[in-house]
Ligand binder design. Sequence first.
Ligand SMILES: Nc1nc2c(c(=O)[nH]1)N[C@H]1C(S)=C(S)[C@@H](COP(=O)(O)O)O[C@H]1N2
Ligand SMILES: [Mo]
Length: 513
Amino acid sequence: MEAPVPDLAAPTQPGAGWRASAGMVAALAAVGVGHGVGVLVHPVSSPLIAVGSTLIDAAPTPAKEFAVRTFGTNDKPILIGSIGAVLLVFAAVLGLIAWRHRALSLVGISLLGVAGLVAAVSRGTAIDGIPSLAAGVVGIAVLSVLTADRSRREPTKALPDRRRFLVGLGGAAALAAIGGVGGILLDRSRQAASAARRALGLPVPASKAPPLPAGAQVDGMTPFMTSIEEFYRVDISLVTPRIDTEGWALTIDGMVDRPLTLTYDELLRLPLMERTITLTCVSNEVGGPYVGNATWIGVPFSEIIKRVGVQAGVQQVFSYSLDSDYTCSTPYQAVSDGRDAMIVVGMNGQVLPDKNGFPARMLVPGLFGFVSATKWLKRIEFTTYAARSAYWTDRRWATDAPILTQSRIEVPKSLATLPKAKPVIAGVAWAQHRGIEKVEIRIDGGEWAETKLAADAGVDMWRQWTYRYDGPPGLHSAQVRATDQTGETQPEARTRVFPSGARGWHEIQFTAE
Ligand SMILES: Nc1nc2c(c(=O)[nH]1)N[C@H]1C(S)=C(S)[C@@H](COP(=O)(O)O)O[C@H]1N2
Ligand SMILES: [Mo]
């Protein structure tokens, strides 16, 4: 809709469209400048990011579950988009009232800065308040310039002067673009810098990953090895932290005889091992996508434990992340019982990507990511359960959360057709660190039949399976269930992902030719 350009002869205020745009442009300029300054100061201090992160932390568990379930990995852009939408509506209202209630509208726009300030400072230090202060000042300045009441000085002049108003509007929009786009570009260039550093690569691991057996990969199935691009990403961080190894160090302390601080180079000089391990998120629904299999290079926990001298009475490994107040609780038993728990520095032969936790993350085969796989590691503390309680523990998720046995049908896709020429149903199953013993399928609720398992690559990895369908044509259902190598079979009853992971059988409908 075309809003009327303010009329020079109008004695009072421009049309509603122009007033609303003035408010929105003021808010955009504020947020844009705030974001630009934020990227310079500290990426998470951008008012938009700080408010978004605060909402993520404050959101009740069911809301988080809903967001991950409904929006998947798009949950973050959708959150930022929603905040932006609310902001614009609020700003439009401020613009509408700005000519009649100038003071009120200026207070309103400054509240945006205050919200950012409170969010950023409470999550960081006083310095993190700078971008929000800048945003607040810009918001107030733009709105007061646009709504400046010049009639008192020049009673004959219209309110506001049309040219002056349009120039102001354009200037504020430019300010928004320079701040916002500048911030985004700067963030990108940092990404490029970390890519250059990445080219330096990693030392050759002392212990290489055992080669995969032939036949672990079934034709036409999801790749047995997940690429970095395809690997799912789940974390509470709104911006991908881009950490400079210059100045970074990993502290390992707590109930130990010899606390240790390792620079990046020192960490890389420790003996490295390479292992292929399947990681799964507790938020993965039955049949869901939050599972991936990659080759990880890292320092074995056994090496760390030996170096620091862990004392008696230690119950948990408490890890801290650099990006936020995210913390994670891992049972000490799981990093000390001989499995390939490690401090990871590499993924699929490359330096760990930023999104997956550069410079270092944890990984413990058999445990869900939220109790084992801390990214952007800053500190590892050996401690007791009484002394420390982790981010998700505080939100009532399980403290001890082994990955639950699961199986998924991938071919055919749900509601797709199973071709007569190749009537093969196929999928994957996982029970990390216990291993898959058998996978069964049943058609239309009939008898369970064993599927053919692909070659076993090891207990810490998922396992593919196939089944030749020889039933009648038409619409059918298929259900799948796996049994792990301890003899336990997946239960039928579905549970939600909260608090310790989804249970139940995956089921699809398909049409046989
Ligand atoms: N710092 C930090 N580390 C984190 C998380 C997080 O929110 N913050 N999420 C964890 C969860 S829930 C999972 S499932 C894994 C996912 O790792 P990925 O993103 O590399 O796949 O990271 C874990 N490490
Ligand atoms: Mo997770």
